[in-house]
Design a protein around this ligand. Sequence first.
Ligand code: PLP
Length: 439
Amino acid sequence: MTIATALSATELAAVRADFPLLARTVRGGRPLVYLDSAATSQKPQVVLDAEVDFYEQRNAAVHRGAHQLAEEATEAFEDARAAVAGFVGADVGEIVWTSGATAAINLVSAAMLGSTLDAALGRGSDASRRFVLGPGDEIVVTEAEHHANLVPWQELSARTGATLRWLRVSDDGRLDLSDLDEVVNERTKVLAFAHVSNVTGAVAPVATLVAAARRVGALTVLDACQSVPHLPVDLHALDVDFAVFSGHKMLGPTGVGALYGRRELLEAMPPATTGGSMVEIVTMERTTFSPPPQRFEAGTQMVAQAVGMGVAAQWLGELGMQAVAAHEAELAAEMLKIADIPGVRVIGPSTVGVGPDGLPDRVAAVSFVVDGVHAHDVGQVLDDAGIAVRVGHHCAQPLHRRFGVAATARASASVYTTVEEIVAFREALTGVRAFFSVD
Ligand code: PLP
């Protein structure tokens, strides 16, 4: 593997010491083995401290009020935006705070619906015409999407008369690009896809997909929820139009996330939510809106959470995402050894390789089925051993249907996960079929 050196044992020990929750025990004193980081990550002390410090010292609403606290709160909020922007290779004005990735995708789809309604009523700016959709237009997603990056596009298609199409997934869990040029064609207006699948852990070929969209003038929306916490991500280099990610999956708080939008697109886009804090002049008849990003941040903002997310981005940035990716590639390789356990089938790529960008071509999120044992029962037995995995469809029912399974169990790691924990997981999983007498 040509990617950077992973974390040393000393660095990893120091990382773990930063996460208070990892020290607790579960199920009658067993050490916690937390393998559910793809659902939500644990938080380092600095993130917890930043939220407490904000409430203890600076709490005020931002972008209003002339008092010192309001000034300090606004500064902390905007510094956090700059930290998050720098972390993902964006300009500070290109990051819009949202309550999470789901809200960010809905913001884009709602702005497109709003543009479509505006155009039908003869209102809206000329610039917003590029977001208008109608019969004959196509929105393309993939079969691997989390429902958050599927359902909003289904709804937008249904409401505008556009057609939803999708790229399929191959047996190895990677995107099937054999019909890419047919599916992404001159009718395509939007191509929305996950950078990394939350089920298979596979990294999508972003450059190929963006090039296909560019050829036909379609807008790209990257769901970066499962990449930003685990791989170096440079949104300008990836050249996507929009991207979304959540604070709570990248060691930050819940209730906060970000929408990235290329500056000229955010400038052209109408607001999806209106109200206080996003306006310039309001009369009884009409309103002029603030420039982005404030245009998309109506209402009192989640300031403490944003501050926490900024600190999480800084914490990860200081550790170095190359090292994080290399560490997690080792964990992925360890996890994938479960395929050697009789009766265990991995859904998704069975090896960790190096992608064209020199980064791992999959992350340490591995979904699997155990012959003859329901995923929920697998989860129960692992839980008895103190091992926390996710079971169910992981908000990706179409992908599960594609593989002919209703549910899988998923083990997923983060920067604080150790090889020893993966070994403990493998050992516990080895006993599952015997436990249910299906050997
Ligand atoms: N996209 C992917 C790939 C995810 O894994 C998730 C969360 O599991 C989401 C979107 C939605 O994120 P959130 O629930 O934080 O809005």
